[in-house]
Write a protein that binds this ligand. Structure first.
Ligand code: SAM
Length: 318
């Protein structure tokens, strides 16, 4: 179980989809002054060196973020994501990749709170050091628990301000994760029905993966399901050919942004003729849902200052 290190995968196609959506949802939360909590049940190490040994070894970033760099006129969702990546790389070369904890902290205001779970002892230590030293996070605002995020989530719901984003992002190396995700969501919704639950999942040739997504889609809640296939499934049945994000109680702005971004992502990240995307939501409309959310403070994302250049990274250790 402790073999997974997200550094091998940082900035890959799955991170692009996951983090572009995460940034959009955080932006939406920031439209109102009321404070909110972000709970990340599987936090990872927080910040990754794309020119480091691990990311360099896997080369996965070349199938993800690297393909987006230098893009002219990307859709708003991607433009905003690239803008945030650029904030972590002020010298203009995309060598540092922010994971979900750093993306959340980057978006949060002083009264918002970040609660993180990371079970891997080394990743947990790196995460804690990164947040305190590089991100200068205070203990009041950010807490890291080195424990099981599925179990720990229960005691944090509902968060005191009754506004919250819960990211559930396991590696699924353990096939029990599919069952645990579904159970965590069902339990979480009982404690915090209005929460925005964001679940990442891999597109893999595994029956548990298909069953989990079908079960999620049967839940009697408002949801949006976005998936991106970048290549045909492998002949040996192994590996990931895409990924998806299942968002419960999505911001009303997310669907339109994804409708514009997914065809672009398919064209930009797709590797063969089987590249495709899907965007679905419950077939039965839930009247009044959009009206409950406040559209009046809709702000267009700021234009990109300049695109990060696609440059060769010189290998270095962090
Ligand atoms: N959310 C991160 C991001 O977007 O940057 C990536 C997380 S990575 C896919 C999954 C992480 O969950 C790994 O660092 C792994 O060590 C950790 N993990 C695995 N099982 C866990 C559990 N039951 N509770 C908390 N963390 C766990």
């Amino acid at each position: 179980m402790f073999s997974y290190r997200h550094a091998f995968h940082a900035g890959n196609h799955a991170d692009v989809l996951k983090h572009a959506i995460l940034v959009q949802v955080l932006d939406y939360f920031n439209r109102k002054d009321n404070p909110y909590w972000v709970i990340d049940t599987h936090a990872g190490a927080g910040l990754y060196a794309l020119d480091g040994d691990w990311a360099g070894q896997s080369g996965e970033v070349t199938e993800g973020l690297d393909r987006l760099l230098g893009a002219t006129q990307p859709p708003a969702l991607i433009e905003r994501y690239l803008h945030v990546i650029q904030d972590f790389n002020p010298d203009g070369v995309a060598n540092l990749y922010p994971g979900s904890p750093c993306l959340a902290l980057h978006a949060m205001r002083p009264d918002d709170r970040l609660r993180l779970f990371e079970l891997h002892p080394t990743e947990g230590q790196v995460l804690e050091d990164t947040l305190r030293q590089q991100m200068r996070a205070s203990r009041r605002q950010v807490a890291v628990a080195r424990e099981d995020g599925f179990a720990g989530l229960k005691r944090l719901l509902p968060p005191p301000p009754r506004r919250g984003l819960i990211l559930i992002d396991p590696s699924y190396e353990n096939k029990q994760d599919y069952r645990h995700v579904l159970q965590a969501l069902k339990d979480g919704l009982q404690r915090f029905a209005q929460g925005c639950f964001v679940i990442w999942y891999p597109l893999v040739q595994r029956v548990q993966a298909h069953e989990m997504v079908r079960a999620l889609e049967r839940l009697p809640v408002d949801w949006l399901n976005a998936s991106l296939t970048i290549r045909k499934p492998s002949a040996d049945g192994l590996g990931m050919h895409g990924s998806g994000m299942f968002v419960v109680n999505p911001p009303w702005t997310l669907e339109a942004e994804l409708r514009a971004a997914l065809p672009w992502l398919q064209a930009t990240l797709g590797q063969d003729e089987q590249a495709k995307f899907s965007l679905t939501r419950p077939t039965q409309a839930r009247p009044g849902k959009e009206a409950e959310q406040d559209e009046s403070d809709f702000r267009e994302p700021p234009p990109a200052r300049h695109a990060l250049p696609r440059q060769k990274r010189s290998p270095s250790r962090r």
